[in-house]
Write a protein that binds this ligand. Structure first.
Ligand code: ZN
Length: 236
């Protein structure tokens, strides 16, 4: 190799990674409330809390916008059975909450499902163009072994399992394989506190630093302040 060719090879070696290292999008995050469940027992959310304490809990999904993407973290619920099982107020179909920020369901590019509980996963088929991101172990467990015992699928609805299996056959599911996986530039999934078999939480790059969307890995600020987890038998 002559000297000029060597210089070109050296430049390619040094500068190519710099060219590839695009800056990560700085996302904006919107909390979209779609329902309230009144009078929820706090001991179901904060292990060991006084059984007499009740709280009207806000049911939320999160919109993450940036880099040409509209990403939802969790999808809420909408199927009829949940309105028979639970007392729900202030309900807006999760896909209709997008009107507040000028979006339509088909504008959603990605939906990250933090876990398969009904109030997080049920709405995943409301967004016709979205790719659904879920931990591989969460999908495999709740599509299979979880139903071999009556006690290992609390809060998981069979319709939601069928929905995610169907989406997967349509090649619309992205399987997240374990901890610290950057599924999109600046959007990283981490394994959570085993709220479900393989629950996850999401870290998002923003202009003010990394924002963690904890989902049910930390239900209330009280969990953080007291360093107390959500109850292990929680079905929300
Ligand atoms: Zn949950």
């Amino acid at each position: 190799m002559d000297r000029r060719a060597a210089a070109r090879a050296f430049a390619a070696l040094v500068f190519a990674p710099l060219l590839l290292a695009q800056p990560k999008p700085q996302y904006e995050i919107y909390a979209l409330r779609y329902a309230t469940i009144p009078g929820f027992q706090v001991s179901g959310l904060v292990a060991g809390a006084d059984p007499g304490r009740k709280l009207d809990i806000a049911m939320m999904i999160w919109l993450v916008r940036g880099g040409g993407r509209n990403i939802l973290v969790d999808s809420g619920f909408y199927r009829d059975q949940f309105f028979k099982q639970w007392h729900v107020t202030d309900f807006v179909k999760p896909s209709d909450t997008l009107q507040r920020v000028g979006l339509k369901p088909e504008d959603i590019t990605d939906v990250v499902i933090t876990h398969m509980h009904w109030d997080h996963a049920d709405g995943m088929d409301l967004f016709p163009k979205a790719r659904i991101w879920l931990q591989k172990d969460e999908l495999e467990y709740y599509a299979g072994a979880a139903w071999q015992s009556p006690r290992t699928h609390g809060g998981i609805d069979p319709d939601d399992v069928l929905a995610v299996v169907k989406l997967n056959t349509q090649r619309r599911v992205g399987l997240v394989n374990g901890d610290a996986q950057e599924i999109l530039p600046g959007v990283t999934c981490y394994l959570g506190g085993k709220h479900t078999y393989a629950s996850q939480y999401v870290a998002v790059n923003t202009a003010v630093g990394t924002v963690v969307l904890a989902s049910d890995n930390m239900y209330l600020y009280e969990n953080l302040e007291k360093h107390v987890p959500i109850d292990r038998k929680s079905v929300v």
